[in-house]
Design a protein around this ligand. Structure first.
Ligand SMILES: [Zn+2]
Length: 344
C-alpha cells in the first residue's frame, strides 16, 4: 500500500490521541503572528523557522515557553483552537485528551479562568458541530516547582468542569523529579481527577517507577526507558499501565533514540505492554498522527492488524466511558473489514 492510500483509508477509521499538547497545535503562521507582535526579532519569518531546530528536550521546552510567553489575549486562544480542529479532522481523531500547560500564561498575568472559559466554549462548539470529543488534562508542570503545580491543581478543581478530566506532569524531567509532586497528585486523586505523568522520556526507568509509586500514574507519557528494566516491563504488563508512545518526538529530543527505526515500541508491543500511538507536539516536530501510523507500518514493520490493535488500545487507554469505548471499537471493526480486508 502506498502512503497516499494508507493515509486516506486510515483517516476514515476513528482514532484517539491521548498525548497531545494543545499549544503544540498552533500553526507556524499563528506562531509568527503572535511572536512578531511581541518580539521585533521574529518579524522575520526565517527567525521563526529557526526556532524549530532543537537539539534536546531542554532546548525544545525553551522554545515552547517562548511561544507561550507571547500569548496576550483571549483571541490568541481562540486562534489556537482554529488550528486544533483541522488537525483532528484530517487525522480522523474522534476523541482527544489534550494537555494544557497554564503555568507560563498565568505567570505572564493571564487569568486561568479566562483561558479555560475560551477552551470550554471552543470544546463545546467542536462537540456540537463535528462530534469530536476534546477533554483537557492540566499539565501542572515540573518546571516551576511544587507551589506552582498546586496552584494549577487548585485552579483545575475550582473549574468543576466535566471537560477537565485530570492532571499531568510535564516539563523538564531532569529538573523536576516526579516524587516531589506526590502531594499534588494525592489531592488530585481525592478530587476524582485522572493522573498521567511524563516519565522515562529523557531519564532512566527510576523516573517511571517514581511516577507509579508516588503519583499513582494511570498512564505513562513516553516511558521508553522502561525497555532497559525487565522488572518494570513485567510490572507495566501485569498492571496494564499504558504507555503513550510518541516516536517522532523521541527522535527530536534524542533522549534514547536517534532514528525511528531504533524505537522500542515494537518490543513493548511484542512483550504485551499496552502501547498507544500519539504525536506529542505535531507542529513542533512536524508530524501528524497518520504519519506516525505510516512510520509504524513502513519503518517499524507493524502489520495492519497490529495497527488496528494499537488504535483500539488508544480507546481502551483513554478516559472515556466504557460504553463509548465499546461503541467505537465496534465501529472500527466494521470499517476495518470494509477498508482493510485485503491487508493483514
Ligand atoms: Zn508530552
Amino acid at each position: 500500500m502506498n502512503k497516499t492510500t494508507f493515509k486516506y483509508l486510515l483517516s476514515k477509521i476513528p482514532k484517539t490521541e491521548i498525548h497531545l499538547h494543545s499549544e503544540a497545535l498552533i500553526s507556524r503562521e499563528t506562531v509568527f503572528n503572535i511572536l512578531s507582535r511581541k518580539y521585533p526579532k521574529y518579524q522575520d519569518f526565517n527567525e521563526v523557522e529557526k526556532l524549530f531546530d532543537y537539539k534536546s528536550l531542554s532546548e525544545f521546552i525553551e522554545v515552547f515557553l517562548l511561544i507561550q510567553s507571547a500569548f496576550e489575549k483571549d483571541s490568541d486562544f481562540e486562534q489556537l483552537f482554529k488550528n486544533i480542529l483541522p488537525y483532528l479532522k484530517r487525522n480522523g481523531i474522534v476523541h482527544a485528551e489534550l494537555f494544557f500547560s497554564p503555568s507560563n500564561f498565568t505567570r505572564n498575568g493571564i487569568e486561568f479562568e479566562n483561558m479555560i472559559k475560551v477552551f470550554l466554549k471552543e470544546i463545546e462548539l467542536i462537540k456540537n458541530k463535528e462530534n469530536i470529543d476534546i477533554k483537557i488534562i492540566i499539565d501542572v508542570s515540573r518546571t516551576f516547582g511544587i507551589e506552582n503545580a498546586m496552584r494549577n491543581l487548585d485552579a483545575a478543581i475550582k473549574c468543576k468542569s466535566s471537560d477537565i478530566i485530570g492532571i499531568g506532569l510535564g516539563g523538564d524531567e531532569k529538573k523536576g523529579p516526579a516524587k516531589d509532586y506526590e502531594s499534588v497528585f494525592k489531592k488530585a486523586k481525592e478530587h476524582g481527577l485522572h493522573r498521567v505523568v511524563h516519565a522515562g522520556e529523557d531519564v532512566d526507568s527510576y523516573s517511571i517507577w517514581d511516577a507509579i509509586k508516588y503519583l499513582e500514574a494511570e498512564r505513562i507519557g513516553h516511558g521508553i526507558s522502561a525497555i532497559n528494566d525487565k522488572e518494570l516491563m513485567v510490572y507495566l504488563k501485569e498492571k496494564k499501565i499504558p504507555l503513550e508512545i510518541c516516536p517522532t518526538s523521541n527522535v527530536f529530543t534524542k533522549g534514547y533514540i536517534k532514528e525511528i527505526e531504533e524505537h522500542p515500541i515494537k518490543k513493548f508491543y511484542q512483550k504485551n505492554v499496552i502501547v498507544t500511538l500519539n504525536t506529542d507536539d505535531p507542529v513542533f516536530f512536524n508530524v501528524e498522527l497518520l504519519d506516525e501510523y505510516w512510520n509504524l507500518y513502513t519503518k517499524l514493520k507493524f502489520s495492519m492488524n497490529d495497527i488496528k490493535n494499537i488504535i483500539i488500545n488508544g480507546f481502551n487507554s483513554s478516559f472515556m466511558s466504557e460504553e463509548k469505548k465499546k461503541e467505537y471499537i465496534k465501529e472500527i471493526n466494521i470499517l476495518w473489514s470494509k477498508y482493510f480486508k485485503n491487508y493483514n
